[in-house]
Design a protein around this ligand. Structure first.
Ligand code: WT7
Length: 647
């Protein structure tokens, strides 16, 4: 878990309360607390939200629940892209900006809903011309440029499930995801801007595609100015060449509510990331409902979510939710500290951002950078702040409230996961009295509880979700057995998210962090086994065990304990080499912060590595129970050496 004991105790004695400002409450999308009781009939509640969307054919049943498989709005027909764009074209939204984009070098592009329709329609026709049909998978490996949103929406328009891969992932990670989803087409760019340099996406893509026999076409968006790049004749095409003269009108495919919208890979407790499958009708219903109510979106809002479209937050709360709600969305390509640490606040000022959604790790970085950066800009249009991705410590919450929100913006701490598709636990900003560090309570229509291993209700234990919800994952791509085992085998018919939590006497939830072998580094999920497999691929490494260690900005950082082949001695050079090796095998986000070479790792008598004890060492805690160890001396000597090295 992310919190140590002292931090946890402090959390649970948190007594500060923040009521919504009266003007905010009076005008809020949700201002009546009775919404929770009314949503007790959760099928009727969600059906009410589904009614707000355009359906080509209405559903026959709201929910069919054969645990662990749900079908929402079965028999209904709709298209997600139509709902995000076409639905807005007949009214005043038509000529309002859908997307306000800024590149890291400062270049800008703006698209109204009418212009977005043309861009997406053209992209969809390009894909159709390449032979992409309903049901074909398309991989997307792009920087944060408008074409990332166009490509996703174009796929949705023609019914081709997309699989977006974060641009910071390595060629190997990209190849694994392409092959698992069996994608036919890859959409990438020559490069993207990041902290003043160009990330060479096409070169990475080439290394990946060399391992992907199923890829027939690579579509390359010109962004990084890297022309000439290597283009393989017949396989690789510049997007601007393909799109030249292509019509922007493209009829939207009629999709079943349960057709797949996308696959998105996320880390689990094994070495292999899993393809989370999201479908159409229920997903759109929940992201639409939560976007409108949690972010209190009105037509004149300027909404900015700082996530990358490579993560689920970008899918649900940059693209699908906000556009379905007809919002004006700010999108930014680059780093928050480029050209200086005021970049985000300059953008908030320049675009008049009213709703701002970011991660606790970013907030902790802003705290370290100092108040003078936000202090240098006018943030007066901000009216609502959000966080997501990891537990937020009360200190960071208070800083966000005071320095960014000027004590007048409600903060929504939203708990959810790639698998849940949409927000599950959150304040409603017009009615909830928030508490720093608490995600407060389940969204209307969602039911959560805390359980122990025996399935008994407790006030500190595992978070559990006791009812199906519309944007839930439907399966793991190609591995329904893993879907059942990972999420539905702990208790009967109850979903296990993998988080620990505590509930206070007023029913507020305090999420404590993962209880499995998944780390949360700077809001990104990384499986310990993934990093271990990358380490043991290195010829010098015999065995590796990876644990999380508390990090002031990232929440958690990666600590690796490594034994070497043939009694080799570890040194500084090898440490650097192994860190670089992991970064290039998975991506820079997985780079270990600390590596400790050991003659032996603590194991049980049956040979299982005791990660829990290594976690104690990395956290500087007293060692837990060591009685099951084959050789208790191993762990004490490791602890001594770790402390000597890391302080
Ligand atoms: C894990 C899911 C949801 C989009 C970003 C992460 C942690 C997420 C919170 C929060 C405490 C949180 C959980 C969860 N998490 N939001 N508000 N408070 N923890 O998506 O990569 O699928 O990770 O992130 O541990 O299980 P993800």
């Amino acid at each position: 878990m992310t919190h140590d004991r002292a931090a946890l105790d402090a959390l649970l004695t948190e007594k500060r309360r923040f009521a919504p400002p009266p003007e905010f409450a009076a005008a809020a999308v949700v201002s009546d607390p009775a919404v929770y009781e009314r949503a007790e009939d959760f099928e009727a509640f969600w059906a009410g939200w589904a009614e707000e969307l355009d359906w080509f054919r209405k559903w026959d049943t709201v929910l069919e629940w054969n645990p662990p498989h749900a079908r929402w709005f079965d028999g209904g027909k709709l298209n997600v892209c139509h709902n995000c764009i076409d639905r807005h074209l007949d009214g005043p939204r038509r000529d309002r900006p859908a997307l306000l984009w800024e590149g890291e070098p400062g270049d800008r592009r703006t698209f109204t809903y009418a212009e977005l329709a043309q861009q997406v329609g053209r992209f969809a026709n390009v894909l159709r011309d390449l032979g992409v049909k309903k049901g074909d998978r398309v991989a997307i490996y792009l920087p944060m440029i408008p074409e990332a949103a166009f490509a996703m929406l174009a796929c949705a328009r023609i019914g081709a499930p997309h699989s977006v891969v974060f641009g910071g992932f390595s060629p190997d990670s990209l190849a694994d995801r392409i092959n698992d989803a069996d994608a036919r087409v890859l959409i990438t760019a020559d490069g993207g801007h990041r902290r003043g340099t160009i990330v060479p996406l096409k070169a990475n893509a080439d290394r990946a595609v060399a391992r992907c026999p199923g890829i027939e076409h690579v579509v390359v968006v010109a962004r990084g100015g890297l022309d000439p790049v290597d283009m393989v004749a017949g396989r690789d095409h510049w997007y601007h060449d393909l799109a030249d003269g292509v019509d922007g009108d493209c009829p939207a495919e009629v999709m079943d509510a349960e057709d797949i919208l996308y696959i998105l890979y996320t880390s689990g407790t094994t070495g292999k990331p899993k393809g989370v499958v999201h479908t159409t009708g229920g997903y759109l219903t929940q992201v639409h409902a939560t976007t409108k109510t949690v972010f209190d979106l009105k037509d004149d809002d300027i909404y900015w979510c700082t996530a990358d479209v490579g993560w689920v937050t970008g899918h649900s709360y940059i693209v699908y939710g906000p556009l379905a709600a007809g919002a004006t969305v700010v999108m930014y390509e680059g780093a928050p500290d480029w050209p200086d640490k005021g970049r985000f606040w300059k953008m908030c000022q320049d675009y008049g951002v009213t709703v701002f959604y970011t991660a606790p790790t970013a907030i902790r970085a802003f705290m370290q950078w100092g108040e003078e950066w936000p202090g240098g800009y006018d943030l007066g249009r901000l009216r609502l702040l959000g966080t997501v991705g990891e537990p937020i410590n009360p200190e960071a919450w208070m800083w966000y409230h005071r320095v960014i929100g000027k004590e007048s913006c409600p903060i929504v701490d939203t708990w959810w996961q790639t698998e849940t598709g949409g927000i599950m636990i959150t304040p409603l900003p017009g009615i909830t009295r928030t508490r720093p560090g608490s995600a407060c309570r389940a969204f209307p229509g969602i039911e959560t509880t805390l359980l122990n291993d025996a399935g008994e209700t407790v006030d500190a234990g595992y978070l559990a979700i006791t009812r199906p919800w519309p944007s839930m994952l439907r399966t793991i791509w190609g591995d329904d057995q893993r879907y059942r085992e990972t999420y539905w085998s702990k208790w009967d018919g109850v979903y296990f998210p993998g988080d620990g939590a505590k509930i206070d006497e007023d029913g507020y939830l305090w999420i404590l962090g993962r209880v499995d072998d998944v780390l949360n580094v700077a809001g990104h999920r990384i499986g310990t086994m993934e990093v271990e497999s990358a380490l043991v691929e290195h010829p010098a490494v015999a065995e590796a065990a990876v644990v999380g260690k508390t990090h002031a900005v990232k929440g958690q950082a990666i600590a690796a304990f490594v034994t070497l082949m043939g009694g080799r001695e570890g040194d500084e050079a090898l440490t650097a080499e192994l860190k670089a090796h992991v970064a290039s095998a998975i991506g820079p986000i997985a780079r270990p912060e600390a590596i400790l070479f050991a003659a032996d790792l603590p194991k049980t008598r049956s040979g299982k590595i005791m990660r829990r004890l290594l976690g104690d060492i990395a956290a500087g805690r007293a060692l837990g129970d060591t009685t099951t160890l084959a050789d208790p001396a191993v762990v004490q000597s490791l602890k001594d050496r770790y402390e000597a090295k890391e302080g």
